[in-house]
Design a protein around this ligand. Structure first.
Ligand code: DCP
Ligand code: MG
Length: 242
C-alpha cells in the first residue's frame, strides 16, 4: 500500500573527477520496497560513494540507476530527492531545539509526528529525560549530545519525512548492539513499504537484511543473505572474522 520505490543499479560505474580508479565499478543490484538492502565492506570500499549516487549528488560514468524503472537522469531533481530520506555518514545537527532539528526533515510535521519519529529512532527516552523534552536546546553541532544520540536524531529527521527510500550511511555505528537491534526492528515495523538501504561496517547490523551487498575496492564481491554469504563468500567471511 502507499507509494513505494524500487531502486535498481545496472552496471553502474562512477569515478570522482580526476581520479584514476573508479570508486564504484560495474555494480548491479535491486533494492525492493518493504525490504532492507544492506551494503557492507571495509573502509574505502565505496559504500558512501555508491549510496550518494541515488540522490544524484554525483553523476555516473556508465550504466544506469532506475527508480521504479525510470532513469534518475530523466527525473526532476526535486521529484527524486523528495522520495529519499538520506542520513549522511556525518550527521550534522544545527544549534536549535531537538524538535527544530528533527523538523528540518519536514517543516510542517506536528509535535506528535516529531515524537513518533523520535520513538522509532529509539531517541524518545533520552529526549524525555531532558527537562525541556523536544524543546531542549542543542548546542553547536550537538556538543551536548553523545555520538549515538546525534545519530538517532539524524535518523528521526529522515523518519519524520516518511520517504519512499531510506538511506542510512553507517547511521548505527555509534549505537550499542541492543539499541542497534531495537532500532532496526522498529524501522521494519514503522516504515511499511519503504525501501531501506543500509550501509554498515559490522556484521550484526546487516545480518537480518533481505539482501547484503558486499563491496570490495569499489567492486561487487557478492550479493546474498547472511547465511548464503557466510557459506561461500571469502570477503564476507573475512569481515565476519575481523
Ligand atoms: N574518494 C574520493 N573522493 C571523495 C570521496 C571518496 O576520491 N570525495 C575515494 C576514497 C576511496 C573511494 O573513493 O578510495 C571510496 O570512498 P568511500 O567514502 O565511498 O568509501 P566507504 O564509504 O566505503 O568508506 P568508509 O567505511 O570509511 O566510510
Ligand atoms: Mg563511508
Amino acid at each position: 500500500t502507499g507509494a513505494h520505490a524500487e531502486v535498481e543499479f545496472k552496471n553502474v560505474t562512477f569515478r570522482y573527477a580526476g581520479a584514476e580508479k573508479a570508486a564504484v565499478e560495474d555494480i548491479s543490484f535491486l533494492a525492493k520496497p518493504g525490504e532492507t538492502t544492506a551494503i557492507i565492506g571495509s573502509t574505502g570500499a565505496g559504500k558512501t560513494s555508491l549510496v550518494q549516487l541515488i540522490p544524484r549528488f554525483y553523476d555516473i560514468e556508465s550504466g544506469s540507476i532506475l527508480v521504479n524503472g525510470i532513469d534518475i537522469r530523466e527525473m526532476k531533481q526535486h521529484t527524486l530527492r523528495e522520495k529519499i530520506g538520506y542520513v549522511p555518514q556525518k550527521a550534522s545537527l544545527f544549534s536549535g531545539t531537538i524538535a527544530e532539528n528533527v523538523r528540518f526533515g519536514a517543516k510542517d510535521a506536528t509535535d506528535q509526528e516529531v515524537m513518533d519519529a523520535l520513538q522509532t529512532a529509539q531517541a524518545i527516552d533520552f529526549v524525555n529525560e531532558k527537562e525541556d523534552g523536544i524543546n531542549t536546546y542543542i548546542e553547536q553541532a550537538g556538543s551536548n549530545l553523545s555520538g549515538g544520540q546525534k545519530q538517532r536524531l539524524a535518523i528521526a529527521r529522515a523518519l519524520v519525512r516518511k520517504p519512499e527510500i531510506y538511506i542510512f550511511d553507517d547511521s548505527f555505528s555509534a549505537l550499542d548492539y541492543k539499541t542497534d537491534a531495537k532500532l532496526r526492528s522498529a524501522l521494519k515495523e514503522e516504515t511499511g513499504n519503504s525501501t531501506i538501504i543500509l550501509v554498515a561496517q559490522r556484521v550484526n547490523t546487516v545480518m537480518d537484511a533481505d539482501r547484503i551487498i558486499v563491496l570490495n575496492e569499489g567492486k561487487l564481491a557478492g550479493i546474498g543473505t547472511h547465511e548464503e554469504l557466510l557459506k561461500d563468500n571469502t570477503i564476507y567471511q573475512e569481515i565476519v572474522e575481523s
